[in-house]
Ligand binder design. Sequence first.
Ligand SMILES: [Zn+2]
Length: 180
Amino acid sequence: MQSSLDRFIRKRQAPAESNCGEEEECQEKEPKTTEDMEDSSSRKRYEEKRKQEGRSFRKEWKKTFTWLQFDETKQEMFCTACRKFPSLADKNSSFFTRSQAFHTGNIKAHASNRRHEACVFTKQQREQQERGSQNVVQSLKQMSSDTEEKMKKLFNISYFIAKHERLFSDFEDLCISTTF
Ligand SMILES: [Zn+2]
């Protein structure tokens, strides 16, 4: 059984092997070579493109990945979110330690990193809180300027009463008639 199977396999392989060196094989080989040439030239083009793109940081990445920052002097990119919260971040990440592997694949991989997501979330929360407290400070400032304005008016009324020797009981009436 084994030997007949071997014979069958040999038979099947034989014609292909016997074709080797014949015209038919050569005709087959020629387009293959052209294809190979095309392959290598397209690979060259790809590698050149990759080198050009890969060697430098592309500014448009910052629009998509808002946490991404680039240090021009050191030619390194890093994640602002992860660096802001080192206790949450993956300190072994190249985006924490700074990276020169300028490739979108690396950036996308970091974007979907759980620890990075936690950092981004915390950063957003913190920024919202900061914006909220800024609003409170702003309204306090607004309030104090309003109060200041009222105080000025009250002072002017007191001055008017004193100057014109009016009764202090007039003060309340004058205050009511004054628009604050
Ligand atoms: Zn990060």
